[in-house]
Unconditional design. Structure first.
Ligand code: GDP
Length: 138
Protein backbone atom coordinates (compact mmCIF):
# COMPACT_ATOMS: atom_id res chain seq x y z
CA UNK A 1 0.00 0.00 0.00
CA UNK A 2 1.12 3.55 -0.68
CA UNK A 3 -0.35 7.03 -0.34
CA UNK A 4 -1.02 10.04 -2.49
CA UNK A 5 -2.25 13.55 -1.81
CA UNK A 6 -5.46 14.86 -3.37
CA UNK A 7 -7.25 18.19 -3.46
CA UNK A 8 -10.86 18.65 -4.49
CA UNK A 9 -10.52 22.12 -5.98
CA UNK A 10 -12.78 25.19 -5.61
CA UNK A 11 -14.58 24.72 -8.92
CA UNK A 12 -15.80 21.36 -7.59
CA UNK A 13 -16.62 22.34 -3.98
CA UNK A 14 -18.55 25.33 -5.36
CA UNK A 15 -20.70 22.98 -7.44
CA UNK A 16 -21.28 20.61 -4.49
CA UNK A 17 -19.35 17.77 -6.15
CA UNK A 18 -17.30 16.52 -3.16
CA UNK A 19 -19.43 13.42 -2.69
CA UNK A 20 -19.60 12.59 -6.39
CA UNK A 21 -15.80 12.86 -6.70
CA UNK A 22 -15.30 10.77 -3.56
CA UNK A 23 -17.60 8.14 -5.06
CA UNK A 24 -15.35 7.89 -8.13
CA UNK A 25 -12.25 7.66 -5.90
CA UNK A 26 -13.75 4.93 -3.72
CA UNK A 27 -15.30 3.17 -6.69
CA UNK A 28 -11.81 2.81 -8.16
CA UNK A 29 -10.64 1.10 -4.97
CA UNK A 30 -8.70 3.95 -3.37
CA UNK A 31 -9.34 4.53 0.35
CA UNK A 32 -9.78 8.05 1.75
CA UNK A 33 -7.64 7.77 4.91
CA UNK A 34 -7.64 11.49 5.79
CA UNK A 35 -9.85 14.36 4.67
CA UNK A 36 -10.39 17.98 5.72
CA UNK A 37 -12.22 20.94 4.21
CA UNK A 38 -10.16 24.14 4.42
CA UNK A 39 -9.86 27.59 2.95
CA UNK A 40 -6.33 27.62 1.51
CA UNK A 41 -4.31 30.73 2.33
CA UNK A 42 -2.33 32.56 -0.32
CA UNK A 43 0.88 31.47 1.45
CA UNK A 44 -0.20 27.82 1.40
CA UNK A 45 -1.17 27.95 -2.29
CA UNK A 46 2.07 29.70 -3.31
CA UNK A 47 4.14 27.15 -1.39
CA UNK A 48 2.13 24.22 -2.70
CA UNK A 49 2.46 25.29 -6.36
CA UNK A 50 5.99 26.75 -5.98
CA UNK A 51 7.24 24.57 -8.84
CA UNK A 52 4.95 26.55 -11.20
CA UNK A 53 5.90 30.04 -10.02
CA UNK A 54 7.53 31.08 -13.30
CA UNK A 55 4.58 29.88 -15.39
CA UNK A 56 2.23 32.50 -16.89
CA UNK A 57 -0.82 31.01 -15.16
CA UNK A 58 0.70 31.03 -11.64
CA UNK A 59 -1.19 34.12 -10.43
CA UNK A 60 -4.46 32.75 -11.79
CA UNK A 61 -3.78 29.35 -10.22
CA UNK A 62 -3.14 30.82 -6.75
CA UNK A 63 -6.20 33.09 -7.05
CA UNK A 64 -8.36 30.15 -8.05
CA UNK A 65 -7.10 27.82 -5.29
CA UNK A 66 -7.79 30.44 -2.60
CA UNK A 67 -11.15 31.61 -3.99
CA UNK A 68 -13.37 29.04 -2.25
CA UNK A 69 -12.92 26.09 0.12
CA UNK A 70 -11.00 23.02 -0.96
CA UNK A 71 -11.02 19.47 0.41
CA UNK A 72 -7.54 18.09 1.11
CA UNK A 73 -7.23 14.32 1.25
CA UNK A 74 -4.82 11.43 1.68
CA UNK A 75 -5.65 8.42 -0.50
CA UNK A 76 -4.28 4.92 0.02
CA UNK A 77 -4.02 2.11 -2.53
CA UNK A 78 -1.55 -0.17 -4.24
CA UNK A 79 0.57 2.24 -6.30
CA UNK A 80 -1.61 5.13 -5.11
CA UNK A 81 0.12 7.86 -7.16
CA UNK A 82 -0.39 6.31 -10.63
CA UNK A 83 -3.75 4.82 -9.61
CA UNK A 84 -5.12 8.26 -8.75
CA UNK A 85 -3.50 9.96 -11.78
CA UNK A 86 -5.33 7.44 -13.96
CA UNK A 87 -8.78 8.15 -12.51
CA UNK A 88 -8.13 11.94 -12.44
CA UNK A 89 -7.58 12.07 -16.19
CA UNK A 90 -5.46 14.51 -18.23
CA UNK A 91 -4.79 18.05 -16.92
CA UNK A 92 -6.89 19.51 -19.76
CA UNK A 93 -10.35 17.91 -19.57
CA UNK A 94 -10.60 18.05 -23.38
CA UNK A 95 -7.89 15.36 -23.40
CA UNK A 96 -9.20 13.34 -20.45
CA UNK A 97 -10.39 9.76 -20.95
CA UNK A 98 -14.04 8.77 -20.54
CA UNK A 99 -15.04 8.05 -16.95
CA UNK A 100 -12.20 10.06 -15.39
CA UNK A 101 -12.93 12.73 -12.77
CA UNK A 102 -11.76 15.53 -15.05
CA UNK A 103 -13.77 14.24 -18.01
CA UNK A 104 -16.85 13.95 -15.81
CA UNK A 105 -16.58 17.21 -13.87
CA UNK A 106 -13.80 19.63 -14.95
CA UNK A 107 -14.71 22.94 -16.59
CA UNK A 108 -11.38 23.76 -18.27
CA UNK A 109 -7.60 23.36 -17.81
CA UNK A 110 -7.52 25.84 -14.92
CA UNK A 111 -10.73 24.71 -13.23
CA UNK A 112 -10.01 21.00 -13.45
CA UNK A 113 -11.65 19.84 -10.22
CA UNK A 114 -8.83 17.81 -8.64
CA UNK A 115 -5.13 17.74 -7.85
CA UNK A 116 -3.14 14.53 -7.40
CA UNK A 117 0.56 14.11 -6.61
CA UNK A 118 2.81 13.23 -9.54
CA UNK A 119 5.41 11.13 -7.65
CA UNK A 120 5.82 9.28 -4.35
CA UNK A 121 8.38 11.88 -3.29
CA UNK A 122 6.00 14.79 -3.95
CA UNK A 123 3.13 12.89 -2.33
CA UNK A 124 5.09 12.70 0.93
CA UNK A 125 5.97 16.42 0.77
CA UNK A 126 2.38 17.44 -0.05
CA UNK A 127 0.80 15.20 2.61
CA UNK A 128 3.16 16.67 5.24
CA UNK A 129 2.10 20.19 4.24
CA UNK A 130 -1.49 19.52 5.33
CA UNK A 131 -1.60 16.50 7.65
CA UNK A 132 0.29 15.20 10.66
CA UNK A 133 0.77 11.42 10.99
CA UNK A 134 -1.89 11.11 13.70
CA UNK A 135 -4.52 12.63 11.38
CA UNK A 136 -4.08 9.83 8.84
CA UNK A 137 -5.92 6.67 9.79
CA UNK A 138 -5.52 3.80 7.37
P1 GDP B 1 -1.67 18.31 -13.02
O1 GDP B 1 -0.55 17.61 -12.31
O2 GDP B 1 -2.42 17.45 -13.98
O3 GDP B 1 -2.59 19.03 -12.06
O4 GDP B 1 -1.01 19.44 -13.94
P2 GDP B 1 0.24 20.43 -13.77
O5 GDP B 1 1.10 20.02 -12.62
O6 GDP B 1 0.88 20.56 -15.11
O7 GDP B 1 -0.43 21.82 -13.45
C1 GDP B 1 -0.92 22.11 -12.16
C2 GDP B 1 -2.21 22.86 -12.27
O8 GDP B 1 -1.98 24.12 -12.87
C3 GDP B 1 -3.27 22.20 -13.16
O9 GDP B 1 -4.01 21.21 -12.52
C4 GDP B 1 -4.13 23.39 -13.54
O10 GDP B 1 -5.05 23.71 -12.50
C5 GDP B 1 -3.11 24.50 -13.64
N1 GDP B 1 -2.71 24.67 -15.04
C6 GDP B 1 -1.85 23.90 -15.76
N2 GDP B 1 -1.73 24.37 -17.02
C7 GDP B 1 -2.53 25.48 -17.10
C8 GDP B 1 -2.83 26.42 -18.12
O11 GDP B 1 -2.33 26.34 -19.25
N3 GDP B 1 -3.71 27.43 -17.79
C9 GDP B 1 -4.26 27.54 -16.54
N4 GDP B 1 -5.11 28.55 -16.28
N5 GDP B 1 -4.00 26.66 -15.55
C10 GDP B 1 -3.15 25.66 -15.82
Amino acid sequence: MSRTFSIIKPDATRRNLTGKINAVIEGAGLRIVAQRRIRMTREQAEAFYGVHKERPFFGELVAQMTSEPVVVQVLEADNAVPAYREIMGATNPENAAEGTIRKLFALNVGENSVHGSDSDENAAIEIAQFFSDDQIVG
